[in-house]
Design a protein around this ligand. Structure first.
Ligand SMILES: [Zn+2]
Length: 189
């Protein structure tokens, strides 16, 4: 069996992933005082929908998406949203928000009877759609990042790793049925 595991490291004091591209987003704020971060939320995103590789996710998360660049952007250009991290199709990790800060990824949401999941979660986007397979590079990079987070923050656990669709059912469907949860869990084991 080959070892195709990637390695990734999180700097606990700054809440930054070491050695990855940082595109810091203004779409974040402080978590409520004393809040324990104990939920990992996986998302899927592509901009425009179904297209990969462009600069538009960075632009959306930094509040600089040009509404005129695509008809779809007119609807979302003013959205003040972000995630902590994006895993691109080629496995590149991009960070927008330090983990200690609250990123604005979940919206109206509930987990285990608690609302406002942004307060106590880390949000990780995978570039993709609900109906196309995510890439091998994304599983490897995503698993490396998740292992690093689990190692750095003792309050996180694989039992509390969920889809956006799990915490906002009826409103959100990402990362979609094509996300291979058994594969991801195997890579985390
Ligand atoms: Zn989402």
């Amino acid at each position: 069996m080959g070892d195709n595991r990637m390695h990734c490291e999180v700097h606990a004091a700054t809440g930054l992933v070491i050695g990855v591209r940082q595109v810091l987003s203004p779409h974040c704020d402080d978590r409520p005082r004393g809040m324990t971060v104990d939920l990992l939320v996986l998302h899927g995103i592509s901009l425009p929908p179904g297209e990969f590789g462009g600069p538009w996710i960075d632009r959306l998360f930094t509040g600089s998406l040009p509404p005129s660049a695509h008809p779809y952007f007119e609807q979302i250009a003013g959205a003040r949203v972000s995630a902590h991290v994006l895993i691109r199709r080629d496995g590149e990790i991009v960070q927008y928000v330090p983990f200690a800060q609250r990123a604005w990824h979940a919206g109206a949401s509930q987990f285990d009877g608690r609302n406002a999941c942004n307060d106590f979660s880390i949000g990780i986007e995978f570039e993709g759609t609900d109906d196309s397979p995510y890439t091998e590079a994304q599983y490897l990079a995503g698993a490396a990042l998740l292992r690093a987070l689990l190692k750095t923050y003792a309050t996180l656990s694989v039992q509390r790793l969920v889809a956006h669709s799990d915490i906002a059912p009826g409103r959100k469907t990402d990362p979609g049925d094509t996300f291979d949860w058994p594969k991801m869990r195997m890579l985390l084991a």
